[in-house]
Design a protein around this ligand. Structure first.
Ligand code: G3I
Length: 402
């Protein structure tokens, strides 16, 4: 409404608003603001609160799909026949227990959402003894349903770092040697434990910073430089040569600085002979603009030209991004189907994994700022376990648009 009223003068209005607000704050701090200025300051603060309440208020979108007749079931994995194309979903133990029949019917693969991360495999999250019990329940439960398992993730510099690792490395006479040994031990212990049960692993996750084209500043990068990636993959290949080893990254665009930097990293790793089998593009669609199919296709071409396979490993799509669309659920379906169509048609791409089954308890609802900008509702089934329009759209895309 505000943008319609102010229209073209909106940028000027915003500048005037910000400048007067800052000036008033300075005057107030210097106790030189007269009564009238206090009134203006209070009025402007009121405007900020009103805009904030409007912007952060959860939206309610009509679930038109719920009023329509339930479409004939088109289980997702059935659309790819015997092609070997992975159709996967990330699961926690409760999801695996509650929805075993649906998982078996719709998918041919699962990824433990958190259970196989480094810190999660350790007793109390600390360097030392392992506790594989929960991870084994998920891996063995999935395999009992006839599903493959993707392992996620052996080395991640952003989160899930074992308690005690920073201190151990920081206090060592040889920090680099100590970290290399800790990584080698973890990778060997994990791959040996899951040998024969997990055929593909994310070995390293998100080597880039989330906010720039630089390498992420974490204990691995600081201590070993980018060579930590080489080391992780060489340890994994040595521990179990039968496992497909993936480097996993999140890109929000496929023709920008971060995506170019990631390609350069891949070329460098390839030149150094690092044993990487495939690249995981996470595929979280959570910020506008939604990447175009053309940019995505061109990026896959560039990765394939380097000799790598590709999978989309963590696909989801925030519903709130389509606020203002005639039907946000249809817009969400179209965005995800575009990605899946490109993935399914590209000769180097061998799978798509969705980062969750249903909207209930999705990770966005736990993480600011997304938790303040609802509904996130990023998955194929809603919180009442009804298939959303995106499910039928993905089934069509997996079937080659049939
Ligand atoms: O299990 C504990 C629970 O006992 C405790 O009460 C609760 C409150 O602190 O935390 C629970 O653990 C949380 C866990 O998710 C299970 O819900 C952790 O705090 C929370 O950090 C963890 O977040 C996960 C995040 O990775 C960090 O590991 C998300 O579920 C998971 O979806 C997210 O997945 C990542 C991928 O691994 C990598 N790519 C990005 C993707 C999304 O961030």
């Amino acid at each position: 409404m505000v943008t319609q009223i102010l229209g073209p003068i909106l940028p000027i209005a915003i500048c005037v608003f910000v400048v007067t607000l800052l000036a008033l704050i300075v005057l107030a701090v210097l106790r030189r603001a007269r009564a009238v200025w206090w009134l203006v300051l209070v009025a402007e603060a009121g405007v900020i609160v009103l805009i904030g309440r409007q912007w952060f208020a959860p939206r309610e979108y009509p679930r038109l799909y719920a009023a329509q007749p339930v479409p004939a079931p088109r289980p997702l994995a059935a659309q790819v026949g015997g092609s070997g194309f992975r159709v996967g979903v990330a699961v926690s133990e409760p999801v695996l227990e509650r929805h075993a029949d649906l998982l078996r019917a719709e998918f041919n693969s699962v990824t433990p959402e958190n259970a196989t991360k480094w810190r999660r495999l350790l007793k109390d999250g600390r360097l030392g003894d392992y506790d594989f019990v929960q991870a084994d329940r998920i891996v063995d439960g999935a395999r009992a349903l006839g599903l493959q398992v993707r392992g996620h993730v052996l080395v991640w510099g952003h989160l899930e770092i074992p308690d005690g690792l920073e201190e151990t490395v920081g206090s060592a006479a040889d920090p680099a040697g100590t970290l290399r040994e800790a990584m080698r031990h973890h990778i060997r212990a994990t791959l040996e434990h899951f040998r024969g049960r997990i055929g593909q692993w994310d070995v390293v996750n998100e080597p880039l910073s989330w906010t720039s084209a630089k390498m992420h500043d974490n204990i691995f990068q600081r201590t070993l430089g980018t060579d930590y990636i080489d080391h992780a993959f060489r340890c994994a290949k040595e521990a179990d040569p039968s496992v497909a080893l993936y480097l996993n990254e999140q890109l929000w665009e496929y023709d920008g600085a971060r995506s170019k930097q990631f390609l350069q990293l891949l070329a460098d790793l390839k030149r150094r002979g690092v044993p990487i089998d495939g690249i995981g593009l996470q595929g979280h669609i959570n910020m506008l603009p939604v990447p175009s199919a053309a940019a995505l296709r061109a990026y896959l071409d560039q990765i394939a030209a380097l000799g790598f396979s590709v999978e989309f490993t963590e696909v989801d799509c925030r519903l709130r991004m389509f606020d203002g669309a005639a039907d946000p659920y249809t817009a969400q379906a179209e965005a995800v189907a575009d990605l899946v169509s490109v993935a399914r048609a590209h000769p180097a791409c061998h799978g798509v994994t969705f980062w969750g089954l249903s909207d209930r308890g999705n990770w966005y609802d736990e993480l600011p700022p997304f938790s303040l900008l609802r509904p996130n509702d990023p998955y194929l089934w809603d919180d009442a376990m009804r298939p959303k329009p995106v499910h039928a759209a993905v089934a069509r895309a997996l079937g080659g648009g049939r």
